[in-house]
Ligand binder design. Structure first.
Ligand code: M6R
Length: 610
């Protein structure tokens, strides 16, 4: 959840570390800090606040070191205050670490170290690890051995980098459960928790695997397990460009990513949707084709927005492939005693590919003998590597904490999967062709909705003072009501709840009065008349209705306070369009309320802790 960067090479490290921290700030943004060798010791600056503030604290200082580490934090142990910020040091102050993850046995280790006379200055688990490594270094006089020994005794997760004033020509990086990627340059290495901090320096990278260590010097890199068994690193090429991680003239990453959706939806379908034939080509699933043919059931799992995509996928796959589907929160699946048969296929959906709960669900399903697939955005991420097979969504880096383009790309892949499974079963080529042809039209229809941004912003202005929002949808648009509510609450801090529209009368209707805006998703599908009746019920109680409805629908215009029109499409495909105005409504409401949409409070982009 936090961001880690480390550098060893021939450049002055500080600007590169700060630049890396700015790129990583979306991963956690309550504190920031750096450590560099300076004179005989380490120079450490850290504070609770932004990377920009850290940069101004360092302004004008002459710090020529060509090695260093940096961190941007999302608090787990200890509130976001200066002394809890990373880097943390050992007792001597000569060894510093930056760490992502959680040291679960930190309290036991801390108590032992306290008995041995060590004192602590922060409330963090990371400081315990730093002091522990330092104590072992005092004992062995060997920094690598000290790190390996400490890591073999800790329980929990880590992605970390160690810097020692005694060995300023070495950086040690290690991973268990929290990603570490290492960029390989000419006589230089950049370590980071994700590739966005690396791509402008080198495209050549390798990922550490669990319980693996990299010892980096200017003349080379050695990788081994924490038990000292040599390993070999597989070099990969990063596939995205620098411009994908810059705002490109937009005020926020979230708005840029919302506007990228015509392109990202197209990219997800490219080469896979053979519209003329009514067939689907998913190269990543070739190895499991026979398993998918005989599958009895699919279990879709994920968290947050990815879980909402799974809910839409459930409708689609059941409808088109007539295959039973269950959707499980990954965080629940991992701790249940799920009944899995060898003919069940589990599909993990994750933008980051690093969400701890989803990764744990993948491992649980594999342990029980199921075939596990991934629908993932980040190439080379843990879920992508640990699943048996899968499909990348190819949405490019998503930096805004609120997931937008990843969601519509996940939908694209889930529809391709539904068609693929359907064609293996009862779906005719003609039916598939009709859907496929319409999918190819969706990017232009998304663009049409995006062009109505000003209109949606006006609506947002009228309701930005609200304290509650209700989101209602039916059928395949019920998950979109959930997703709209999640977007609203996470970036504007307005309480919002999503319901199947018909459930309103079973309780939520009690909330409705003139201060309660209800966003009702009402395309003209087979449930349209029912949703219209729900709108009447809200209006009868003086509630305000913002309807998402087909263009030129006179019936809805007569009952709703506002109508955000969407182009017509096949009823099954409406979620790809109905979600777009909800993303914009949340965005403009948050802007109106002065919220930082790219870095909403308490959140982080990639949730790598439980
Ligand atoms: O990277 P993942 O898709 O696995 O992340 C899952 C959720 O943490 C994520 O969707 C979260 O809910 C977003 N902030 C929603 O906008």
């Amino acid at each position: 959840m936090c961001g880690i960067v480390g550098y060893i090479g021939h450049r002055t490290a500080l600007p590169l570390l700060l630049n890396g921290l700015k790129r990583l700030e979306y991963r956690g943004y309550d504190s920031a800090g750096i450590a560099l060798p300076h004179g005989e010791g380490l120079y450490i600056v850290k504070h609770a606040g932004t990377v920009a503030q850290l940069e101004s604290m360092l302004n004008g200082l002459d710090l020529p070191a060509t090695v260093g580490i940096g961190h941007t934090r999302w608090a787990t142990h200890g509130e976001p205050i200066d002394r809890n910020a990373h880097p943390h040091t050992d007792a001597s102050g000569r060894l510093a670490i930056v760490h992502n993850g959680i040291i679960e046995n930190y309290a036991t280790l801390k108590a032992k170290l306290q008995e041995d006379g060590y004192a602590f200055r922060s409330d963090t688990d990371t400081e315990v690890l730093a002091v522990f490594i330092g104590a072992l270094y005092e004992q062995y006089g060997d920094i690598e051995l000290a790190v390996r020994t400490a890591l073999s005794e800790v329980q929990g997760t880590f992605g970390l980098v160690v810097l020692s004033a005694d060995h300023p020509d070495i950086l040690i990086a290690a991973r268990r459960g929290s990603p570490i990627v290492i960029g390989v340059g000419n006589g230089e290495y950049i370590v980071a928790s994700d590739a966005t901090a690396i791509v402008e320096y080198t495209r050549s990278v390798f990922y550490l695997t669990d319980d693996e260590l990299a010892i980096l010097t200017r003349s080379g890199c050695q990788t081994k397990t924490i038990d000292d068994i040599p390993t070999s690193a597989e070099l990969l090429e990063l596939e995205f460009d620098l411009e994908r991680i810059e705002k490109g003239g937009y005020p926020h990453f979230m708005l840029k990513e919302i506007h990228e959706q015509p392109e990202t939806f197209r990219d997800a379908c490219r080469g896979r949707l053979l519209a003329h034939e009514g067939n689907i080509k998913l190269g990543g699933l070739r190895s499991v084709e026979q398993t998918l043919r005989r599958a009895n059931r699919l279990i879709l799992t994920g968290c947050g927005t990815s879980w909402h995509a799974a809910l839409v996928g459930e409708y689609w796959i059941e409808e088109l492939a007539r295959l039973p589907v269950e959707v499980e929160y990954a965080s629940e699946f991992r701790y249940r005693n799920p009944v899995l048969s060898p003919d069940d296929v589990v599909v993990a959906i994750s933008q980051s590919g690093e969400t701890a709960d989803t990764l744990a669900a993948v491992r649980e399903a594999q342990m029980r003998g199921a075939t596990v697939l991934g629908i993932v955005n980040v190439v080379g991420s843990s879920i992508a590597r640990e699943t048996h097979a899968g499909v990348y969504i190819h949405a490019g880096p998503e930096i805004g904490v609120a997931s937008t383009k990843a969601f519509t790309s996940q939908l694209a892949i889930l529809m391709l999967l539904a068609l693929y499974l359907g064609r293996m079963r009862h779906l005719s080529a003609t039916q598939a062709q009709e859907i496929a042809a319409e999918m190819l039209r969706l990017p232009d229809k998304i663009q049409t909705i995006l062009s109505r941004g000003d209109f949606i912003q006006d609506i947002a202005r009228s309701y930005a003072h609200a304290t509650n929002f209700l989101y209602l949808g039916r059928g395949v648009n019920f998950p979109i009501a959930l997703e709209g509510a999640l977007k609203m609450k996470e970036i504007s801090y307005i309480h919002a709840e999503g319901y199947p529209a018909a459930e309103m009368k079973h309780g939520p209707i009690a909330l409705i009065d003139e201060n309660m805006p209800a966003v009702v998703i009402a395309p003209r599908d087979e449930l349209y008349e029912k949703v219209l009746a729900n709108i009447e019920e809200i209006r009868a109680r003086r509630g305000k209705v913002i309807a998402i409805a087909d263009e030129n629908d006179p019936d809805i215009a007569a009952v709703a306070n506002h109508v955000i029109p969407i182009p017509r499409t096949l009823p099954l495909l409406t979620p790809v369009l109905t979600v777009i105005p909800l993303q914009l409504l949340a965005y403009y409401t948050a802007i109106e309320r002065g919220c930082n949409v790219d870095m909403p409070r308490n959140l982080a982009k990639s949730v790598t802790v439980e």
